[in-house]
Design a protein around this ligand. Structure first.
Ligand code: SAH
Length: 214
């Protein structure tokens, strides 16, 4: 079921869970999540769950996408965002509705290519793709007002902290397979501040040295 009513039910559920930013709710109403999963799973696309996207990866749960996006936008105007872990491209598409430019990095080539094709078909023209180890960020376009990491490292990678603008915000899941927490990291003239948001369950941020298993 991908009908408007099914989609509206998801938005209502997000509201009940505390997502109050009208821009985020509108973007999530507009972006068709069923386009970002395999056809066989399209009927489940508006359930509030993560779903497999192949290569051992998952499309994030809508509530977590909404929470991270809302937390990113909360501090003020965010123009340029770096996303690590393109995956299906769903979070990318939501961000593309809300900020000026999105730079997104993925290490699995077929996922990157499919996400790029989907976003092109949806008419997103403000997204830039890169195939590489996201732990290194994307220095060429730094600094970023926002950094959104959708795979979990043991600790926030130094390169990402360095590429965050003063006044910028990073949303990042941190921890191992047993326990992860979503953190909001803020940077100002005095350094970095970190706030724990809630327990989460992301796939690991794979280090560039590990072999890609497709
Ligand atoms: N936001 C995505 C989440 C995908 S899962 C979505 O909702 O679809 C996390 C993604 O991070 C996977 O596609 C995985 O391949 C990618 N990933 C893991 N480690 C990475 C790394 N070091 N660099 C870039 N991408 C990475």
């Amino acid at each position: 079921m991908t009908s408007p009513r099914t989609r509206e039910r998801l938005i209502q559920r997000l509201r009940e869970q505390g997502i109050s930013d009208a821009r985020v709710l509108a973007a999530m109403r507009d972006v068709p999540r069923h386009v970002f999963v395999d056809e066989a799973l399209a009927s489940r696309a508006y359930e509030d769950t993560a779903l497999p996207i192949g290569h051992g990866q998952t499309i994030s749960q809508p509530y977590i996408v909404a929470l991270m996006t809302q937390s990113l936008l909360h501090g003020g105007r965010i123009a340029k965002v770096l996303e690590i872990g393109t995956g299906s491209g769903y979070q990318t598409a939501v961000l593309a509705q809300l900020v000026d430019e999105v730079y997104t990095v993925e290490r699995i080539e077929p996922l990157m290519k499919l996400a790029r094709k989907r976003l092109r078909e949806l008419g997103c023209r403000n997204v830039h793709f890169r195939l590489s180890d996201g732990g290194d960020g994307w220095a060429e376009h730094a600094p970023y007002d926002g950094i959104m990491v959708t795979a979990a490292p043991a600790e926030p990678p130094r390169a990402l902290l360095e590429q965050l603008a003063l006044g910028g915000r990073m949303l990042i899941p941190v921890g191992g397979p047993a326990a992860q927490e979503l953190r909001l990291i803020r940077r100002d003239e005095t350094g970095f501040g970190s706030e724990r948001l809630e327990p989460v369950n992301f796939v690991p941020l794979v280090s560039g040295r590990e072999k890609i298993k497709n």
